[in-house]
Design a protein around this ligand. Structure first.
Ligand SMILES: *Cc1c(COP(=O)(O)O)cnc(C)c1O
Length: 393
């Protein structure tokens, strides 16, 4: 169970705003903010390198904390500046092994940045991009995936929870198929890490990317990549520097053996330390508890929204998570965001440009996105419903 009073007391922003934009950037807990500020103060007081030397343990702890969170080895974690950089390290590295005629499989709810990368590599190498069909609920269909696999498939790359809704794709079922057929599996877990328990061993993915600022409640400018020891033997990172590799002789270099091969030498030390604090903070509540409360709030919220005339819920899947999306008759989604902002209610909207395949299929240009987290309350849902009802009446 979550002690919501305590969670809010530990989250300074809850005094100022009604924050349903946790899929954008969640409110940071005070501890995370303090860790960030403390390290920047230390850098200002004694110097950046000297501050890093004094905080080696906290820096190392972040890798352990992330490994604990997702159930992998510490050496399988890279700290990066956002999920996209982590994802790109995995994808573009693997893409260097692709040949014309190879296939990559993705799903309808794929994130724009990922799909743009597929298009670029398709243009360069002549690979085929194939989209796994949905089941009747709008989730990726594992049986359809199974039927698509042949020996030209070189990667299965999907988004776990899309940026534009509550859908939770069946990541574990995909992992079973990928592993049985020995196809590399890259999972974009940007919206699921921190929202729900994530276990890479259970999922069976070879690579997973996540960001710090969303459901993990970490600072902006932080993210991580998980790459399994086995997959790291199969391809090189697309970019190497003197941290990812060692210049061992005039004409030789050696890539480091751990996942830090996906990092650069220079990094956001304060952010890394604070991300570790955010992971510890999430773990201290328990991801099962966090997810249970998220589902409770989202279910209540959807139920209330569904009773407002003119509102249409837009989430897919049988048991959607904490990202709640809807449209309103005759009022554009960005306009709803703006109207709610007047009341210090933070939401956003998600457009065709973030998830084109899915939005086109559903004939949607944009949806309103209200993403809840465990520190939100039933009273905030009441207030949201009250203001929305007034605004669209
Ligand atoms: C936000 C998001 C990303 C990108 O994360 P960054 O940290 O901004 O790079 C990728 N995939 C999904 C599904 C997202 O929602």
């Amino acid at each position: 169970m979550i002690d919501v009073k305590k969670a809010r007391a530990e989250t300074p922003g809850t005094e100022n705003v009604l924050h349903f934009n946790n899929a954008g950037a969640a409110l940071m807990p005070g501890e995370v903010v303090d860790a960030l500020k403390d390290h920047i103060d230390l850098e200002a007081e004694i110097g950046g390198y000297e501050a890093a030397a004094q905080t080696i343990d906290a820096d190392a702890h972040t890798y352990d904390a992330i490994a604990g969170l997702i159930n992998c080895k510490t050496t399988e974690v890279a700290f990066v500046e956002n999920a996209t950089v982590g994802w790109s390290g995995a994808f573009y590295g693997l893409a260097n092994t692709f040949k014309s005629g190879d296939r990559i499989l993705t799903a309808r709810s794929e994130y724009s940045s990922n799909y743009i990368a597929y298009l670029q590599i398709a243009e360069r190498t002549g690979i085929e991009i194939d989209v796994i069909p949905d089941d009747e609920t709008g989730a990726l269909s594992p049986s359809a995936l199974e039927n698509m696999i042949d020996d030209r498939v070189k990667l299965i790359s999907i988004t776990h929870v899309p940026t534009n809704g509550g859908l939770i794709n069946p990541a574990v079922a995909v992992g079973k198929i990928a592993n049985a057929l020995r196809v590399p599996y890259l999972l974009d877990a940007c919206q699921s890490v921190g929202q729900m328990p994530i276990d890479v061993a259970e999922i069976g993915c070879d690579m997973l990317s996540a960001t710090g600022r969303k459901y993990l409640r970490g600072p902006r400018g932080t993210g991580f990549l998980y790459a399994s020891s086995q997959i790291m033997e199969k391809f090189d990172p697309p970019v190497l520097d003197n941290h990812a590799a060692k210049w061992t002789g005039r004409n030789t270099y050696e890539i480091r053996s751990d996942a830090k091969r996906f990092e650069n030498w220079e990094n956001y030390t304060a952010g890394k330390i604070a991300l570790g604090v955010a992971v510890d903070y999430a773990t201290s509540w328990g991801l099962d508890n966090i997810f249970a409360r998220n589902l409770h709030l989202a279910t209540l919220f959807r139920d209330r929204l569904s009773q407002i005339p003119g509102v249409t819920l837009r989430d897919l899947g049988t048991n959607p998570g904490a990202i709640v999306t809807f449209t309103v008759d005759r009022i554009e989604a960005p306009d709803i965001t703006a109207r709610m902002a007047k009341y210090k209610i933070n939401i956003t909207h998600s457009t065709l440009f973030s998830t084109r395949l899915d939005m086109e299929k559903r004939h949607l240009n944009a949806v309103v996105r209200a993403s809840l987290h465990y520190y939100n309350t039933e009273q905030e849902i009441d207030r949201f419903i009250e203001k929305l009802t007034v605004e669209i009446a």
